[in-house]
Design a protein around this ligand. Structure first.
Ligand SMILES: Nc1ncnc2c1ncn2[C@@H]1O[C@H](COP(=O)(O)OP(=O)(O)OP(=O)(O)O)[C@@H](O)[C@H]1O
Ligand SMILES: [Mg+2]
Length: 329
């Protein structure tokens, strides 16, 4: 059995004084070396806080954590020598060339003989012929590649990526997925990434922890997590208020949740439920209806009672306008 790359024991983190936010609430995790592990949760769940604690940027309120076999509090230098970090925000020096950015990183981390490694990384990321270009001339995808190359320069064994694809267009996001899978295979690093995007966690991660309000609410492989949910979720918007018992009495309905005229109905099988629904509720009372088969989204919904994306910032402008239109109509 491989030794775990990251171990978190009963870890809590409260910001500020005893009335401050409890950002991590008794978290336990064991992440195997050489895997891609995803922390998935909504805004404010505690994802960045966990990365900050594991990278030694933030202190711990109680509990312990180790990375690459070293205690993050007591052996922070050893930890820092073995980790790379790709932050959500951009850290490149725009007026520097690619090579100068690598040089700066080597200076900051005191890396000897970095040039050969830097060339290998640029070769790997297809940036070698652009090494004398100013970073300000780079595309978003190229910038991301360079940020990852910087994080890999000192040959870390564990790399943290906080929301690596937030705000990126679909094509760049896909390219980044290939990079994450690639660096994990090519350089043998353990990757801990955070994401709001369910399909991202599903596509990339060997295992996922679902985090909500500082607590790990579930952990497992994507298929294990999906297997926990056997029912379909029907979401329904009605034009007028309905009596919830009308819905909960329909055979096959397991649970009904309402928020105004928005309903989330958990059913055994949507194929059987929908004809019964239409026999019960007049079609002109239904403004919108959709069916979700078991997915990481429905796992999250059933575990927490809310959606992972409900507070997601509006990175997708079309989604934003769609919501505006809906709000006005
Ligand atoms: N420096 C800080 N001081 C006080 N509270 C903080 C600080 N940083 C984060 N918090 C609080 O801790 C909680 C967890 O925040 P965190 O940034 O870890 O969430 P997150 O899961 O990364 O969210 P997002 O998806 O928005 O990045 C939030 O309630 C946040 O307001
Ligand atoms: Mg965050």
């Amino acid at each position: 059995m491989t030794t775990p790359a990251i171990v978190v024991n009963d870890l809590s983190k409260r910001y500020g004084n005893s009335h401050g936010v409890l950002a991590l609430d008794h978290v336990n995790l064991s992440i195997a070396g050489g895997t891609v592990f995803g922390l998935m949760g909504p805004n404010g769940a505690g994802k960045t806080t966990l990365i900050k604690v594991l990278t030694g940027i933030s202190d711990i309120t109680s509990g312990t954590a180790s990375v690459a076999g070293f205690d993050v509090q007591k052996q922070s230098l050893q930890v820092r020598a073995r980790i790379g970090w790709v932050a959500a925000e951009v850290i490149l020096e725009d007026d520097f060339t690619t090579w100068e950015n690598l040089w700066l990183q080597a200076r900051l981390q005191d890396i000897k003989g970095w040039e050969e490694r830097a060339e290998q990384l640029l070769q790997y990321f297809g940036l070698l012929d652009r090494k004398d270009d100013k970073v300000s001339h780079y595309s978003t995808g190229m910038r991301k590649k360079l940020e990852i190359a910087l994080a890999l320069l000192h040959q870390p064994t564990v790399i943290f990526m906080d929301e690596p694809t937030i705000g990126l267009d679909v094509a760049t996001r896909r390219m980044l997925w290939d990079i994450v899978t690639g660096i994990h295979k090519e350089f043998g690093v353990t990757v801990l990434l955070t994401t709001h995007y369910i399909e991202e966690a599903d596509a990339l991660c060997d295992r996922i922890a679902i985090i909500d309000r500082g607590r790990i609410v579930a952990e497992g492989t994507p298929s294990e997590l999906k297997a926990r949910v056997k029912s379909d979720v029907v979401s329904l918007e009605t034009s007028e208020a309905l009596d919830p018992s009308v819905l909960s009495k329909i055979p096959g309905v397991q649970e009904v949740r309402a928020q105004g005229n928005d309903w989330l109905i958990q059913v055994v099988a949507s194929e059987e439920f929908l004809p019964r629904l239409f026999a019960t509720v007049r079609t002109d009372q239904i403004r919108r209806i959709s069916v979700e088969k078991p997915s990481l989204e429905t796992v999250f919904l059933q575990l927490t009672g809310h959606r992972i994306a409900e507070e997601e910032p509006m990175h997708d402008i079309r989604k934003f306008y769609a919501q505006m239109r809906r709000a006005r109509s």
